[in-house]
Design a protein around this ligand. Sequence first.
Ligand code: UDP
Length: 334
Amino acid sequence: MPTRSILLCGGAGYIGSHMAHWLAEHGYRVTVLDNLSTGHRDAVRWGELILADLLDPAALDQAFGGRRFDAVMHFCARSLVGESVSQPNAYYANNVAGTLNLLDAMHRHQVGKLVFSSTAAVFGNPCSDCIDEEHDKQPINPYGASKLMTERILSDAAHAYGIRSVALRYFNAAGALPEHGIGEAHRPETHLIPNVLRAALGQGPALKVFGDDYPTRDGTCIRDYVHVQDLAQAHGLALHYMDRADGAHAFNLGNGQGFSVREVIDCARQVSGRPIPYDQAPRRAGDPATLVAASGKARELLGWQPRWTELAPIIDSAWRWHRAPPHWFPALPA
Ligand code: UDP
């Protein structure tokens, strides 16, 4: 049976809202389930919103009860490395226990396919410049540990309940679709590119560069930035993959090229044409020096072909969103 009706858990958030747009554009029926703890009601523009929390099994039963879903996409998570170090219990509760509840509901209601948002943080401090799926997984923060545990749970769920799954390990999600009114809107914002663009706009506190003594070419951390629209495409391809592959699978998603924090700042300066002042600050807890993906497996088995392969257009899409955000863009804290 073709996969047409999707439950999008966390569809009011940054990556989830881009996923909803992609699914609607490709003819799927979308139902968003979100507790709106970090998501935005106004970002739910391509389907019904069910206001519910994964930590509430009764609400999940109700959500699954009245509707038929062919597959679930699961974006609900706490996802800040630094916060996970200071509030680990919240990360294990939301990310691990929440997913267990979701799997229980799927099992009870006979929904057999799941695409799961995983992360490069499962690898910890990598011992290779380009990380493929087989690389050692030794997370160095509770966020990465919670996602790795969940990947293990998915593997057990495939075996025990026949739930097929694809875990997609994002490297650094970036960019926006300003022409469709969606972009990255966190408050507080902790991610590099939005903070850099805020500095270009002269908004918010001074930009801080966390650490300049890493073993990298300029001493700042190196990351692999991948556009949210390309991530959405990979999720769509994962749905098709599960039609032909049972079991639990995992893929790394990145562009395969790393940029240091200072290189991102330089690129944003060129894109925006504005000065971007910053202060040098100590390292942030839980940050590995370098994370760059080898995504050959996703290209080969899913047929994934990222369209946003250069950093400047990715930053430009985010810049256009930040320069003219919609009315619901959360105000900066005083
Ligand atoms: N970073 C920074 N200043 C900021 C935000 C982030 O220097 O205001 C650094 C951070 O320490 C990391 C890189 O930028 O080395 C990417 O961080 P981000 O939070 O965007 O993504 P993460 O890699 O943690 O998922």
